[in-house]
Design a protein around this ligand. Sequence first.
Ligand code: ZN
Length: 151
Amino acid sequence: MDDLRDLYQEVILDHGKNPRNFRHPDDCNRQAEGDNPLCGDQLIVYLKLDADGTVADVAFEGRGCAISMASASMMTEMVQGHSEADARSLFDKFHKLVTGHEDDIDGDVDDLDKLIALSGVREFPMRVKCATLAWHTMTAAMDGEQSVTTE
Ligand code: ZN
């Protein structure tokens, strides 16, 4: 179990230090700002949604703690190329995972893949907001909202 924990730690550190898709795409057609005042995490999620609802591109910019940056980085990797519906369903599973409701997850938990690395935040309610900020911001952008806050 300790080895597993170390491995998880590595994934989070890696994504936190070298966030993937940390950029502002020229051709995005949706964007929203996410704010987690309790921790000071602030980010903008950019989406390019195709007419058929595919996430053709997703990226983010911002600053915050390692958990918020790592989670945003993993989010971009995991929803890229998937449908909007799949992205929302993945957030639903991820939300259940980090709030300790993994028994309620519909379908395959393996879909969460590297996101399982963030499951440790369930023991720290304040950290749950860090881990879910990018996801709330992504769905806000899909819904056409300008901004979202964890407060
Ligand atoms: Zn944070």
